[in-house]
Write a protein that binds this ligand. Structure first.
Ligand code: DX5
Ligand code: ZN
Length: 224
């Protein structure tokens, strides 16, 4: 199933409830929450209090993408705030197996993220533990960046690994996924599509999300 995980990083923060409602009405099924600490990435965004504030606004799953150092320290807080899925960066986790178990122990679905320069092969040992793998298609830190096409063979490689290992984790892609790039991302094997700047735009959010999903689902039905 192809799903739109809309990134609220590009939403109007003063009207988050309305923005989430609009994207949901247009077919978005996952709320993607980009958590940045100013250390792991050069930007600062939300913490657990914002996740807690969003929680009662929607019944959609909250997909928390932690772009932070030492995520173990904050996983319990994000889970308690209502995160359904918690994704940590391979690059930030020296004890990744322990971190993924910690997420599961707190009742959230564990996921792992790799930056554009991290080999897909490095994930082999943890693939049986994750709900999804997030492949970054930009260097993390900001919305509205240009899609890096070098992620496409990486998505294909991961989809092949999933098949070879007989696993069923989902494949999420994040960064620059927009109307002109989403078809190639879906055809490479992704099924959770993060999009922020391609969706949120005053007066156009619903139409953007509808068009985005239409393009993505049309691409899914084409075999390449
Ligand atoms: C980037 C974030 C993304 C970002 C995507 O570091 O992880 O989720 O919000 O934004 P767009 O869709 O604008 O590239
Ligand atoms: Zn993200």
């Amino acid at each position: 199933m192809i799903e739109l995980a809309f990134s609220i990083l590009s939403a109007d923060f003063a009207h988050l409830a309305d923005e989430i409602a609009l994207a949901t009405r247009a077919g978005g099924t996952i709320v993607h929450v980009d958590v940045m600490d100013g250390h792991f990435v050069p930007n600062i965004t939300f913490g657990p209090p914002v996740v807690k504030a969003i929680r009662p606004l929607t019944s959609l799953p909250l997909d928390c993408h932690l772009m932070i150092e030492n995520p173990d320290k904050f996983i319990p807080d994000f889970a308690a705030a209502g995160a359904d899925m918690i994704a940590v960066h391979w690059e930030a986790c020296p004890h990744l197996n322990r971190t993924l178990q910690l997420i599961a122990d707190h009742g959230a679905k564990p996921a792992v993220v790799i930056n554009p320069a991290t080999p897909v092969d490095f994930l082999v040992e943890v693939l049986p533990l994750v709900h999804h793998v997030l492949i970054m298609s930009v260097n993390p830190g900001f919305g509205g960046q240009k899609f890096l096409p070098a992620c496409l063979p990486r998505i294909r490689q991961l989809a092949q690994l999933r098949k070879d290992l007989g696993l069923n984790f989902r494949i999420e892609v994040d960064g620059g996924v927009a109307h002109d790039t989403v078809a190639s991302v879906v055809q490479a094997g992704a099924d959770m599509l993060v999009a922020g700047s391609a969706i949120f735009s005053p007066g156009k959010t619903e139409a953007n999300a509808v068009d985005f999903l239409r393009t993505a689902r049309a691409a899914a039905s084409v075999t390449v």
